[in-house]
Ligand binder design. Structure first.
Ligand code: GH3
Ligand code: MG
Ligand code: MG
Ligand code: MG
Length: 317
């Protein structure tokens, strides 16, 4: 939820998509209380180039998942002492959504209801032993592929392609719970809206591509300055950005915005032999928790209007 995690370039998006879609380097956690059973599976998977983690019980499996933040697939035995495969599946599901971890159940039991029990608990697939090696390979690859596609779509749905920042929808989805949490612990926050000054002139005078480049540079400045604070930022659309600054006083929020404004004014955008300069205006308002996000954004927007009225290249609060 914090800006620290946000990428600062489009390259980052491409790298992330490559990383999450590169099934060959995926990690798999194999959970079985019987060593020989684990071995039978890991031998097949190692040949397929997967990175393998092993666990001999449910508790160990949960610990391995917690210690490694990118294991997209768990293959778990059904019959295990203490926590069985169904209970483990439930616990994994309680902690990780299906777009983060997929689960394949496996069992040598002839009970035909086992697969349904596991699927209901949140597994995405089931294999009966003795298994056909080729089928195991296909199910594993299929599950990892599905997860990669889910992540890729999710990433693309919440990011703005030009800047790599969160888009408007992602901002609303994330700001609302963040504000609810803040309100619960009596925290403070400010909302700021930033709009590039006379941006039409940039487009008209230098072309749309240069305009795009200006938007990218402004996004980079916002992400860099905000990387140090708690909060959330997004490209609302066009040449407009929103900053939600949490856990700071109104004065601190204004100071952060002032730094953003100054950094933009100082940034030089190389263009032919010259360097292009742009400025931005920022409106800031203290979040009123009794009001909805829309009303709070309107309040910041009114301050932005004032900043424009007073001559642009300034922060109004
Ligand atoms: P003001 O100082 O009052 O904000 O003046 P302005 O020229 O910036 O006014 P306005 O906000 O109306 O202009 C925004 C322009 O941004 C209009 C639109 O063509 C352009 N624009 C919107 N999205 C993009 C984009 O993704 N790339 C580029 N290059 N231009 C965009
Ligand atoms: Mg067993
Ligand atoms: Mg605008
Ligand atoms: Mg503008």
């Amino acid at each position: 939820y914090f800006i620290k995690d946000a990428p600062d370039t489009v390259d980052h998006i491409i790298r992330t998509i490559l990383r999450v879609t590169n099934a060959n380097v995926a990690s798999i956690l194999v959970v079985d209380d019987t060593e020989s059973a684990r071995l039978a599976l890991t031998e097949i998977l190692r040949v397929q180039n997967y990175r393998i983690h092993e666990a001999s019980c449910g508790e160990e499996a949960l610990a391995v998942l917690e210690a490694n933040d990118n294991i997209p697939l768990v293959i778990t035995d059904f019959h295990m002492p203490d926590i069985d495969g169904q209970e483990l599946t439930r616990r994994i599901r309680a902690a990780y959504p299906p777009e983060q971890v997929r689960i394949i159940g496996i069992s040598s039991s002839t009970d035909p209801y086992l697969s349904a029990a596991l699927l209901k608990a949140g597994a995405s697939d089931f294999i009966y032993r003795p298994f056909i090696v080729e089928e195991v390979k296909c199910r594993v690859a299929g599950n990892i592929e599905t997860l990669s596609q889910m992540r890729r779509l999710q990433y693309m749905a919440e990011r703005d392609f030009l800047t790599g920042m969160y888009n408007r929808r992602a901002f609303f989805d994330r700001a609302q719970p963040l504000l609810a949490q803040l309100q619960e612990r009596s925290g403070h926050a400010s909302l700021a809206i930033l709009d590039i000054d006379h941006f039409k002139k940039v487009n008209d005078g230098y072309g749309h591509d240069v305009g795009d480049q200006v938007i990218q540079i402004v996004a980079k400045v916002v992400l860099k300055v905000l990387g140090r604070c708690k909060g959330l930022s997004a490209r609302l659309g066009g040449e407009e950005f929103v900053l939600l600054l949490s856990d700071m006083s109104s004065d601190e929020a204004i100071a952060v915005c002032e730094e953003v404004r100054q950094s933009i004014a100082e940034a030089a955008i190389p263009h032919n032999q010259t360097r292009l300069r742009v400025t931005a205006s920022i409106g800031v308002a203290v979040v009123q928790f009794a009001e909805g996000l829309d009303n709070n954004l309107n309040a910041a927007d009114q301050m932005l209007y004032m900043a424009k009225e007073q001559g642009r290249n300034r922060v109004c609060a």
